[in-house]
Design a protein around this ligand. Structure first.
Ligand code: C2E
Ligand code: CA
Ligand code: CA
Length: 394
């Protein structure tokens, strides 16, 4: 049975009958079978017997510890989509949400009390047809893929897709970000998350980076100057340990006749930077040659204020986790607003990624964020399609 034809069963845990009835009424009209429990004991019996696909929990009930309920659900391996409800402030709800997520629960949203039926429906809908996680690659596949990296680099199986970036105030495109994919002969088109760790592991990251740079520059050179001003390229910190990196990059720009000022290097740190002095050295040279430098996924992992303060960035890319929370999380909205303001003060270009709807785009425009990127504007697409998109929009 696929995710789509699973029966939709909603279990509600709430001690206030009026609230539970309102939730039940709205969800029933939405095609859900309903069960209601008014105590944790009855609730856990129902989790086992009713096998709900969705659960709504009131976190604040007399004689009950909401965090304890989440812990027990996680211990029992509960796979249902969970919505948390409470009359408490959003800050507490958000940290309860993190408690659940960190224990592996599928928390799909929070519902403040009193809630509007439309909010409930939006939550139930948004996740009714969620895509299953991509098939995990087995250990054997893992070995095969590792062996395939060398030939893939030789046979140009790594291809680039391009996602447009737009200037928010005018809506006009400013350039694209190059995103690598592996066109694998048996596994099909693989997204970067599936193979970049293998590339790191096999020690081929610098080679891949060079392939990406060459393909991206060739694409840019073949695109009219005024439709794609800029090309953003993701650079893993491991390919920056090579002191020749700057010269290599500069030499390729000369070869493809591309002005370095049109190239933005997006830097992500997934591990603590070890040799900041060396990195500073390389990045300073990169900037002196005229390239732009962006701090990617800002606000997550090691992509933080320390890095921003120490390294010569020209752009901040606000992580999509904050952009996604613009309308559901008070914290996320404040973090985005503060990051945009910080970017302005430091005279950096601010870019928001993962913009998926008009409301987010409007909110970012109001906050005076400079640029945005996301499915709302365009998905990543092959080179020709990206050229056509840019030509139409310019
Ligand atoms: P990233 O740099 O944060 O790239 C943005 C990712 O968000 C892309 O995933 C893109 O497809 C996705 N995305 C764009 N708009 C939206 C949206 O509206 N909603 C959502 N949910 N996602 C959106 P992708 O292509 O799978 O790339 C994943 C990561 O792989 C990138 O994250 C980047 O860190 C890394 N990567 C991609 N290409 C390269 C590369 O050439 N070299 C290196 N070193 N890393 C790369
Ligand atoms: Ca990026
Ligand atoms: Ca990012």
């Amino acid at each position: 049975m696929t995710e789509h034809d699973k029966p939709r069963r909603l279990l509600i845990l709430d001690d206030e009958p009026a609230v539970a009835q309102t939730v039940a009424f709205a969800a029933k009209r939405h095609g859900f079978a309903i069960r209601m429990s008014a105590s944790p004991e009855a609730f856990f019996d129902d989790v086992a017997g009713f096998e709900p696909s969705h659960i709504i929990i009131d976190l604040l009930m007399p004689g009950m510890d909401g965090v304890e309920v989440l812990r027990n659900l996680a211990a029992g391996g509960c796979g249902a989509s969970i919505i948390m409800m409470s009359g408490m402030g959003s800050r507490v709800l958000e940290s309860a949400q993190r408690v659940g997520l960190e224990r592996g629960l599928r928390i799909i949203g929070i519902l403040p009390k009193p809630f509007k039926p439309a909010e409930l429906r939006a939550l139930l809908d948004a996740h009714a047809h969620h895509r299953a996680h991509p098939e995990p690659i087995t250990a054997a596949d893992h070995e095969t893929l590792l062996d395939d990296i060398g030939p893939a680099l030789r046979d140009e199986q790594f291809v680039l897709h391009y996602q447009p970036k737009v200037h928010l105030a005018s809506g006009r495109p400013v350039g694209v970000e190059a995103l690598v994919r592996w066109q694998h002969p048996t596994f099909g088109l693989l997204p970067p998350d599936r193979f970049l760790p293998l590339i790191e592991q096999s020690g081929n990251m610098t080679l891949l980076t060079i392939c990406v740079i060459e393909a991206g520059l060739a694409w840019l050179a073949g695109t009219s100057d005024d439709s794609a001003r800029q090309l953003a390229i993701n650079i893993s910190a491991t390919s920056l340990t090579d002191v020749n990196f700057t010269d290599l990059l500069h030499e390729r720009c000369i070869r493809f006749n591309v002005d370095p000022a049109r190239i933005i290097l997006e830097l992500t740190e997934t591990t603590a930077p070890r040799r900041t002095a060396e990195l500073l050295d390389i990045l300073t040279r990169v900037r002196l040659k005229g390239f732009q430098l962006s701090i990617d996924d800002f606000g997550t992992g090691y992509s933080s204020l320390v890095q921003l303060a120490q390294l010569p960035f020209s752009e901040i890319k606000i992580d999509r986790s904050f952009v996604g929370g613009l309308h559901s999380s008070d914290q996320a909205r404040k973090i985005v607003a503060t990051t945009v303001a910080l970017g302005k003060q430091l005279q950096l270009t601010t870019v928001a990624e993962g913009v998926e709807n008009e409301a987010q785009a409007r909110a970012l425009t109001e906050l005076q964020c400079d640029q945005a990127q996301g499915y709302f504007f365009a998905r990543p697409m092959p080179g020709d399609a990206a050229r056509a998109w840019l030509r139409e929009r310019k």
